[in-house]
Design a protein around this ligand. Structure first.
Ligand code: DGL
Length: 272
């Protein structure tokens, strides 16, 4: 692996590409090391112990390369391991929940905010806590959408099946008269056009990917830039524990560029 400093972006699968895309857009000179644990996706229905173990396997793998920062581009992993990862690594480590919550508080006018995410993210109430810390009088309605991630991982995000599943799943939220809906899973921006269609134009969708990249760019990179000179054309590296071809085809469609993908079995990388 290159010795050039990178920004590591980790996720349970392809969802973190939504964050990687934003990091590439906002910080075009930075090199990205992306790791997606597609072989064990979804994390959202797994126990906190498993999510913790898998997340630290990714962290131990990426820290073998010199890093400027680590982005935990998975809401589920952020909800479970962010504090521990921050204490573990001598680097800026950022998750996706606080930035998304902050953006939602800024966006809402009625104070009625919905949060959709995996079962674990919703069960931990991590978004609710972050939102109410920022503004205690908000109405917050959380909904787990366990069927969304498989649609994205199976490259079905634009299919009729996706439209059907999204419509049925989000039905309870339509009645809540929300004006803001947090896409509290990094896979969901890939379903955003359908989610917007189902929720209607009056509901503003918050993509935590954008907000996370903004936080990385505004708060962390200024400090981390001093670690090395920037590349003009960084060579990003994408690693999946799952099927390389499927990962490449989703990544190339979403990032709109050629993507080099390597396979790595994460279980075997644990040595720390
Ligand atoms: N992308 C992950 C998240 O943001 C969820 C996918 C999964 O369940 O693994 O929560």
């Amino acid at each position: 692996m290159s010795r050039e400093y990178a920004i590591a972006v980790i996720d349970s699968g392809v969802g973190g590409l939504t964050v990687a895309k934003e990091v590439m857009r906002q910080l075009p000179e930075e090199r990205i090391l992306y790791v997606g644990d597609n072989a064990r996706c979804p994390y959202g229905s797994k126990s906190p112990e498993e999510i913790r173990a898998f997340s630290f396997q990714m962290i131990d793998f990426v820290r073998q390369t010199p890093l400027k920062a680590l982005v935990i581009a998975c809401n589920t992993a952020t909800a479970v391991v962010l504090d521990e990862a921050m204490a573990y690594l001598p680097l800026p480590v950022i998750g996706v929940i606080e930035p998304g919550a902050r953006a939602a508080v800024q966006a809402t006018k009625s104070g009625r905010i919905g949060v959709i995410g995996t079962e674990t993210t919703i069960r931990t109430k991590a978004y609710e806590r972050a939102l109410l810390r920022a503004q205690p009088d908000l109405f917050v309605s959380g909904l787990a959408c366990p069927d969304f991630v498989p649609l994205v991982e199976n490259h079905l995000a634009s299919s009729d099946k996706a439209r059907e599943v999204v419509k049925e799943t989000l039905a309870p939220l339509i009645r809540e008269e929300l004006d803001t809906l947090i896409l509290g899973c990094t896979h969901y921006p890939l379903l955003a056009p359908i989610i917007q269609e189902v929720m209607g134009d009056r509901v503003r969708l918050i993509n935590s990917a954008e907000e996370t990249a903004r936080e990385l760019s505004s708060q962390i990179i200024a400090e981390a830039k001093s670690r090395n000179s920037v590349s003009i054309q960084p060579e990003h590296l994408f690693i999946t524990s799952g099927d390389r071809d499927r990962f490449r085809s989703i990544a190339e469609e979403w990032l709109d560029c050629h993507v080099e993908v390597q396979h790595h079995s994460l279980e075997k990388s644990v040595e720390a």
